[in-house]
Design a protein around this ligand. Structure first.
Ligand code: DX5
Ligand code: ZN
Length: 230
C-alpha cells in the first residue's frame, strides 16, 4: 500500500484553553502538519464547541494550515465567516448535507481545501462520486461530538477500503482519521491506510507536555510505515 509520509493534526478541542496559543506554538515547533479545529453546534452533535473567533486568534500565532471540522447541521451558513477568520481547509460531514457537491464547490470557489467526513456507521461507498473533487477524506474513528473517546477498531476495514478508492480515483487525496488516536491506535490506522492523524488527548492531554507527546506519536506512526514498506 502506498501512502505519503504520516502527518499529525493536533486537535485543540482538548487543549488547555487558558494557554491555547502557547500549546499551538509548541505543536508547530514539534512538527505538527496542521491544526484541527472542531466546530460543534449542539444539533448535528450533542455538544457545543468553538466559533470563528478561535480561528481568528490562532491565525495570529501559527503559520500552520488551520482545518475546520464542521460538526454542524448546516455548514454552508458558516463558510464565509470561517474563511475570513483564516480557515485553510473545511471538513464537512456527508451525514449533515444533502447537497454535498454544492458545498464542496463553494469551498473550492473560496480557494480553500475541501474534505468530506464520514461517521463510523457510514459506508465508504458514499465517497465514490465526490472523491475526484476533494482534497481530504476524514474517517471518524469515534462518534463525533467529544474528545477523550475510545478508538473504534471496527472502522479499520473501512479505512482500508477508502485507501483503495483513493488509490484508484484520486491518489493526491489525504486520508485522515479522527478520534481516539494514540500510540497504540496510530499504528493500526496507518497500517490500514491513513496518512494524516488527528490527535487531541494524546497530544494536549499528555502530562509530559506537547513536544514529548508529538515525538512519541510520530515515532509510533512511523514504525507502522516502515513495517508496511518492508
Ligand atoms: C471528536 C472530534 C475530534 C476530537 C479528537 O468529535 O472531531 O477531533 O477532538 O480528540 P481525541 O483525540 O481525544 O479523540
Ligand atoms: Zn475533529
Amino acid at each position: 500500500m502506498l501512502q505519503g509520509a504520516i502527518r499529525i493534526a493536533p486537535s485543540i478541542l482538548v487543549a488547555d484553553f487558558a494557554r491555547l496559543g502557547e500549546q499551538v506554538v509548541q505543536a508547530e515547533q514539534s512538527g505538527a502538519d496542521r491544526i484541527h479545529v472542531d466546530v460543534m453546534d449542539g444539533h448535528f452533535v450533542p455538544n457545543l464547541s468553538l466559533g470563528a473567533v478561535i480561528v481568528e486568534g490562532l491565525r495570529k500565532v501559527t503559520r500552520l494550515p488551520l482545518e475546520t471540522h464542521m460538526m454542524v447541521a448546516n455548514p454552508d451558513l458558516f463558510l464565509d465567516e470561517f474563511c475570513e477568520a483564516g480557515t485553510d481547509a473545511f471538513l464537512v460531514h456527508w451525514e449533515s448535507n444533502p447537497n454535498l457537491h454544492r458545498t464542496v464547490q463553494r469551498i473550492k470557489a473560496l480557494g480553500k481545501r475541501a474534505g468530506v467526513v464520514i461517521n463510523p456507521a457510514t459506508t465508504a461507498a458514499v465517497l465514490e462520486e465526490i472523491l475526484p473533487d476533494i482534497d481530504q477524506v476524514l474517517v471518524m474513528t469515534v462518534n463525533p461530538g467529544f474528545g477523550h473517546q475510545h478508538f473504534l477498531a471496527s472502522t479499520l476495514a473501512k479505512i482500508g477500503r477508502v485507501r483503495h478508492m483513493i488509490k484508484e480515483i484520486n491518489p493526491a487525496c489525504d486520508l485522515e482519521v479522527d478520534g481516539g488516536i494514540d500510540e497504540e491506535t496510530a499504528p493500526l490506522a496507518v497500517a490500514a491506510g491513513a496518512d494524516v492523524l488527528v490527535a487531541g488527548t494524546s497530544v494536549f492531554g499528555d502530562h509530559r507536555g506537547v513536544a514529548a507527546a508529538m515525538e512519541r506519536l510520530t515515532a509510533a506512526a512511523n514504525t507502522a510505515v516502515s513495517q508496511i514498506r518492508k
